[in-house]
Design a protein around this ligand. Structure first.
Ligand code: NAD
Length: 495
C-alpha cells in the first residue's frame, strides 16, 4: 500500500485538539497551537493545543479538587469497576487508537495493533489490584498498650509525563495503576504523540471516572517543566530521555516530590556460540529494528561469541535486508519512519559518525529516499561492525534502527563489557547452558534480563532501570505501590 494520504478515525479531531481539564475541552491560555505531523509524509494531520504554566495551574487545581472530592468517595471496588469498563472501551476502540498512534508517530500499523492485548490486560490487571491494596498490623515494644498498623493511601495528584514512542501504551501503563491506587492525574503527552492520550482521557470519562481525575495537558517541554515544578503536584511519573529526567528531578527538588523515572538504555544482547541461532538471529534483528529502534530497551549492543561472530553477522544482515520498509499503514511494513525531522537528523548524525569512528557498515547505514520514502523520515536497518566499546555509537542511545555487533571471547569479559555503560535498563543472554545463563542474568546490572528471548513485557512483571536508566519499577504490585503513601497508625488500647 503506497497511498501516502490517510485520515484519522472519526473520533479524533483532524482540526484543533483542545486541552482536557475537569472533563471539558478548553482552549489553551496562550492561544498557541502546533501541528501533529505524519512522519511518513511530513504533512500535518491535526493541530494540538500548546498548554502553558497557566493551563497547568488549572489542570492541577482540577486534579486536586477531584482527589479531595468525588474520586475520594470511590471505594476500591468502584475504582476496579470503572477500570474494567475502561478496558472494555479501549478494547472496542483499539483499532482506531492504533491507527491514530501510527499516523502520528509512525510505528507500522501491524505492531501498533498487536499491543492491544497487553494494553487491555494491563487495565484489567491493575483493576484487579485496586481491591488488593493492603497495610499490615505490626508488633511493637512500646511500654504502654499500643497497637500499630500501616494504612495505604494514594499519593495524591500525579504528573504523568510520557514520550512519543508508544503514546497509548504509556498513557495506560502509567495511569491505570495510579487510578487503581486512587490518585488523580495531569497527563502530559509528548508533542509527537498527543492524540491517543487525549482520547484515553475521554474514554476514562465514558467509563465513569469523574471529571478532573484525568486531565490532559498537551504541549512541549515547557508544559512538562511547569508540571514538574508545581507545588501542588505530589508525584511525577516520567518516561523519556535521561537528560529530561535529570531536569525533572532538579525541578521537583524544591517541593521534594516523589519521582519515578523510566529513562533511556543501551541494552546488551549477548549471544554465546551454543545459542539456538534460528531463534537468536531473528530476535536480535527485531530487538533493534522494531519501531525503527525507537524502543527504550532496544538490543543495541549485540555481543557475539567470536566462534560464531562471522556467521551471526551474515545471518543478521540477511534478516535485516529482508525487512519490509514502507508506509506505516501498509500491514506488511516492518520498518516505518523515524518519528520526526529532528530525531531523523540525530540518527543520521550517528550514521555519519560511525565510519569516522572506525566502524564498518555491514548493512544499511543511510537514510532512504527512493520514491515516496523521500517524503518521510526513513532510515535503513543498519548493522555496524568493527565497533569498540569506547566509540560513541557503542555508548550513546541512538534511538534508531542501528545495532552494533561486537565479538567477545569469555563470559567474564562480556559481563564486564555489558556493564561498562551508564545505563542499566535491560539485556538478554542466549545460551543453552543454564548455569551460564543464570550467571549472566544475575551479574548484568539491568532491571530486566531475558534469557533466550527479547522484549516481552507484562503488567504483572516489574520493569525499570538500574543506574541512569531510572528509578522505581513499573508493572506488578510495585507499580501500584509507587502511587501509595504508607502511614503508620498507633492506637492506645488501654485509654
Ligand atoms: P523526551 O525526554 O524528549 O520527552 C519526554 C517527555 O518529556 C515529553 O512529553 C516532553 O514534552 C517532556 N519534556 C521535555 N522537556 C521537559 C522538561 N524540561 N520538563 C518536563 N518535561 C519535559 O523523550 P522522547 O524523545 O519523547 O522519548 C525518547 C526517550 O524516552 C528515549 O531516551 C527512551 O529511551 C525513553 N523511553 C524510556 C522508556 C522506559 O520505560 N525506560 C520507555 C520509552 C521511552
Amino acid at each position: 500500500m503506497n497511498d501516502f494520504s490517510a485520515a484519522l478515525p472519526p473520533q479524533f479531531d483532524a482540526g484543533r485538539n483542545l486541552l482536557l481539564i475537569d472533563g471539558k475541552k478548553v482552549e489553551p491560555s496562550g492561544g498557541q497551537w502546533f501541528d501533529a505531523i505524519d512522519p511518513c509524509t511530513g504533512k500535518a494531520i491535526a493541530q494540538i493545543a500548546e498548554g502553558d504554566a497557566r493551563d497547568i495551574d488549572r489542570a492541577v487545581a482540577s486534579a486536586r479538587a477531584a482527589f479531595e472530592g468525588p474520586w475520594s468517595r470511590f471505594k476500591a471496588a468502584d475504582r476496579q469497576l470503572v477500570l474494567l469498563r475502561l478496558a472494555d472501551l479501549i478494547e472496542r476502540e483499539f483499532d482506531d487508537l492504533a491507527l491514530a498512534d501510527t499516523l502520528e508517530m509512525g510505528r507500522p500499523i501491524t505492531p501498533s495493533k498487536a499491543i492491544r492485548s497487553i494494553i487491555v490486560r494491563a487495565l484489567r490487571h491493575f483493576a484487579g489490584l485496586a481491591t488488593a491494596i493492603h497495610g499490615y498490623t505490626l508488633e511493637n515494644s512500646a511500654p504502654v498498650e499500643l497497637m500499630s498498623m500501616t494504612l495505604k493511601e494514594p499519593v495524591g495528584v500525579v504528573g504523568v509525563i510520557i514520550p512519543w514512542n508508544g503514546p497509548i501504551f504509556s498513557a495506560v501503563w502509567k495511569c491505570a495503576p495510579a487510578l487503581a491506587a486512587g490518585c488523580t492525574i495531569v497527563l502530559k503527552p509528548s508533542e509527537r504523540g498527543s492524540l491517543t492520550p487525549l482520547r484515553f482521557a475521554e474514554l476514562c470519562l465514558e467509563a465513569g471516572i469523574p471529571p478532573g481525575v484525568v486531565n490532559v495537558m498537551t504541549g512541549h517541554g515547557g508544559a512538562g517543566a511547569a508540571l514538574s515544578a508545581h507545588p501542588d503536584v505530589d508525584k511525577i511519573s516520567f518516561t523519556g530521555s535521561c537528560g529530561t529526567g535529570q531536569k525533572i528531578i532538579a525541578a521537583s527538588a524544591a517541593t521534594v516530590k516523589k519521582v519515578t523515572m523510566e529513562l533511556g538504555g543501551k541494552s546488551p544482547n549477548i549471544i554465546f556460540a551454543d545459542a539456538n541461532l534460528d531463534l537468536a538471529v531473528p530476535m536480535a534483528a527485531s530487538a533493534i529494528f522494531n519501531n525503527s529502534g525507537q524502543v527504550c530497551s532496544a538490543g543495541s549492543r549485540i555481543f557475539v561469541e567470536r566462534a560464531i561472530h562471522d556467521e551471526f553477522v551474515a545471518r543478521l544482515a540477511e534478516v535485516g535486508r529482508h525487512y519490509v520498509i514502507g508506509h506505516s499503514l501498509d500491514p506488511a511494513t516492518q520498518v516505518g519512519p523515524i518519528v520526526s525531522d529532528v530525531q531523523f537528523e540525530r540518527v543520521c548524525g550517528y550514521l555519519d559518525l560511525a565510519p569516522r569512528e572506525g566502524a564498518s557498515i555491514l548493512l544499511g547505514g543511510s537514510a532512504l529516499d527512493e520514491g515516496d520514502l523521500a517524503r518521510g523520515f526513513y532510515v535503513a536497518p543498519t548493522v555496524l561492525g568493527n565497533v569498540h566499546d569506547d566509540m560513541r555509537v557503542a555508548r550513546e542511545e541512538i534511538f534508531g534502527p542501528v545495532g552494533c555487533v561486537m565479538p567477545f571471547d569469555t563470559m567474564e569479559e562480556v559481563i564486564a563489557r555489558a556493564n561498562a555503560t551508564q545505563f542499566g535498563l535491560a539485556g538478554a543472554v542466549w545460551t543453552r547452558d543454564i548455569s551460564r545463563a543464570m550467571t549472566v542474568a544475575r551479574r548484568v546490572r539491568a532491571g530486566t534480563i531475558w534469557i533466550n528471548h527479547y522484549h516481552t513485557m507484562d503488567p504483572g512483571v516489574p520493569f525499570g532501570g538500574y543506574k541512569m536508566s531510572g528509578s522505581g519499577r513499573e508493572g506488578g504490585f510495585d507499580h501500584v505501590e509507587s502511587y501509595l503513601e504508607t502511614k503508620g497508625v498507633w492506637v492506645r488500647t488501654d485509654a
